[in-house]
Ligand binder design. Sequence first.
Ligand SMILES: [Zn+2]
Length: 148
Amino acid sequence: MPYCRECGKEVSTFMAFCRNCGVKLNIPQAIGEKDDKGTKSPAINSSGNGASSEIPPEIKGWNWGAFFLWWIWGIGNNTYISLLTLIPYVGQIVMPFVLGAKGNEWAWKNKRWDSIQHFKSVQWKWESAGIIWFVIAVIIGILVAVLS
Ligand SMILES: [Zn+2]
């Protein structure tokens, strides 16, 4: 259902003004969409605006690319807080989990993306690279353990 972005009341797209708060609805930014779960998708793409970026519910979830690739992912996604993974022990143990949990949100806020689809396809590439890197690291670890 479409809703008024000013007051949150449901509106119809035929209405010129919101019945609740009177805001003009005939501009696209005034109307948002609710999906079946009642979550509100932002009507406009506000990625790359830092704290004022709205996070689309579609991108929420674990970020494996950030979890595996740490500051390499961070530099590629303008998320420099990931440099904390350079701190031995504490940064390396705690930060990967923080990056996995918050990576999608931070990347959306810190970098401009063409669309949700664009964001997802780029993050999927990071995820693939991260998993390949992880597998190679495990193999090297096993080889070192076996050969030493
Ligand atoms: Zn309203």
